[in-house]
Design a protein around this ligand. Structure first.
Ligand SMILES: [Zn+2]
Length: 476
């Protein structure tokens, strides 16, 4: 069994550095595939601790792999560090107050995610060294999780090959297991028509905007005839201009096609493409279809997920103190009364305490144990960790980094994760992931068991959702 006390001691010594990484990356607030400073910060820390660092992993500018140790088991830890547009916000500020001159913000908490994962790798390194164990730890710097399918591109470039197990996590409003997630294809449809005066010569025009509208109508009729779990969403990338009296000769749509499995999603996507071609035929326009990217579903590996949840339950969630509870009360107080009451009731239930007690300390601290239910629950969202989970047995956990009910991709999330609440989430995660890794180094048969479970799910085949010509960071 892993020496949990030793891990705890090593972790204590890394806490300051972990908080420093969270704050640095939070301040850089760089968007997908532009995380130059953030990646540099993480690489600098790894190099200083004796890791070998491969820059531009998989040919991606802001991806990297830091490696320490030798031999098996080889364990991967995933770090993310991309921010989101429109979510700039001052740290700890409970009213909307964007930072001047900063467009992006860490509204999904990836600053803490990167800090916690890096911290875990550093603790593992120290543990391997002190215990004289065989094994390798690899910290993967994964860019553009939000919109760029970073890990799918890294997977296509074989970055994750040879891993015996892999761990990641995500800041959230509670300490809970990470369920299954669904696949996603992002596809662009560019229609080209013929412009004309919409009133004096309408017969000469062929409207690309009409084609988009007809395509959307067609897809809306398709919804009835796809598997129930399918999700279809669209957005206009280009409406063809703002003059009603000019027939729009260009217009574009971006579609997401989601479902539980890649094969099922692929079949639906082919039908969506037929509708697009039908719309082009009806309007005498042309359509260019481009699959920009895609993700596999996330498979929570039984052994890896259990190890990680066990570690969280052994150590407990983040060590919040009065400083964090004071910040949390401020955010709770800023909610409209009805929402505040709902939040308090949900938090009290979640932690098995009274409403008064939760209102005074409004952060979820209870850690949810692992159960088989995790692998049957499907979250109607997608993550590029999915692709990693098809290659290596992968476990993830959600960790309290914001108050109960704070939604992902909000300025409230940005504001809270940039405080010591985010630091504590990252610090707790670092020691828990390190503990799960240590169990595997001490008991390598766990990795064999986990790989057997993965084989049952995938037959050992990884199918990349990316078309050959897809390139990271393509403009959409
Ligand atoms: Zn995220």
């Amino acid at each position: 069994m892993a020496d949990r006390d030793k891990i705890f001691d090593i972790a204590e010594a890394k806490n300051r550095l972990i908080a420093d990484i969270n704050h640095s990356v939070w301040n850089y607030a760089e968007g997908g595939y532009c995380e130059y400073k953030s990646a540099a910060k993480l690489m600098e820390v790894l190099r200083a601790e004796g890791f070998q660092v491969e820059e531009k992993a998989g040919g991606i500018e802001t991806a990297f792999i830091g490696t320490y140790g030798s031999g098996r088991p080889v364990i991967g830890i995933l770090a993310e560090y991309d921010a989101l547009p429109g979510l700039s916000q001052k740290a700890g500020e409970a009213r909307h107050c964007p930072i001047e001159g900063q467009a992006y913000g860490h509204g999904c908490g990836h600053s803490a995610l990167g800090a916690g994962s890096t911290g875990a790798a550093l603790i593992v390194k120290e543990y391997l060294k002190e215990k004289g164990l065989s094994g390798t730890v690899k910290l993967f710097g994964c860019p553009a999780e939000e919109t760029g399918f970073g890990k799918a591109f890294m997977a296509r470039a074989h970055c994750f090959d040879g891993l015996d197990m892999c761990f990641s996590w995500h800041p959230a409003d509670a300490n809970t297991n990470f369920p299954r997630a669904i696949t996603n294809y992002a596809v662009r449809f560019d229609f080209k028509g013929c412009s004309a005066h919409a009133s004096s010569a309408p017969e000469q025009g062929r409207s690309a905007l009409d084609a988009c509208e007809l395509m959307n109508v067609g897809v809306n009729y398709l919804r009835e005839h796809v598997p129930t779990s399918t999700r279809l969403h669209y957005a206009y990338l280009d409406c063809g201009g703002d003059a009603p009296n000019v027939v729009q000769d260009h217009a574009s749509l971006l579609y997401y096609v989601r479902g539980p499995r890649l094969s099922q999603c692929g079949e639906v996507l082919e039908r969506v493409k037929k509708i697009a071609r039908g719309a082009a035929l009806m309007t005498e326009t042309e359509v260019n279809i481009q699959v920009l990217g895609g993700l596999n579903d996330y498979i929570p590996n039984h052994t890896a997920s259990r190890l990680l949840a066990d570690a969280f339950c052994a150590y407990g969630g983040p060590d919040f103190g009065e400083e964090e509870y004071a910040i949390a009360r401020k955010f709770l107080g800023a909610l409209p009364e009805e929402e505040r009451n709902k939040t308090i009731a949900a938090g009290a239930r979640q932690n098995g305490i009274s409403k008064e007690a939760f209102a005074a300390r409004p952060l979820n601290t209870a850690a949810e144990p692992y159960s088989e239910k995790v692998r049957q629950t499907v979250m109607p969202g997608s993550t590029d960790v999915g692709d990693v989970s098809h290659i290596a047995p992968t476990g993830q956990y959600m960790v309290t980094g914001v108050i109960q009910g704070t939604g992902d991709h909000t300025w409230q999330f940005t504001a809270q994760i940039g405080t010591s609440i985010g630091d504590k989430a990252a610090q707790a995660t670092a020691r828990a992931i390190a503990c799960a890794c240590a169990e595997v180094y001490e008991n390598p048969e766990l990795a064999e068991q986990a790989k057997k479970e993965l084989l049952e799910e995938t037959d050992g085949v990884y199918v990349s959702p990316l078309p050959e010509d897809a390139v990271p960071g393509e403009k959409r």
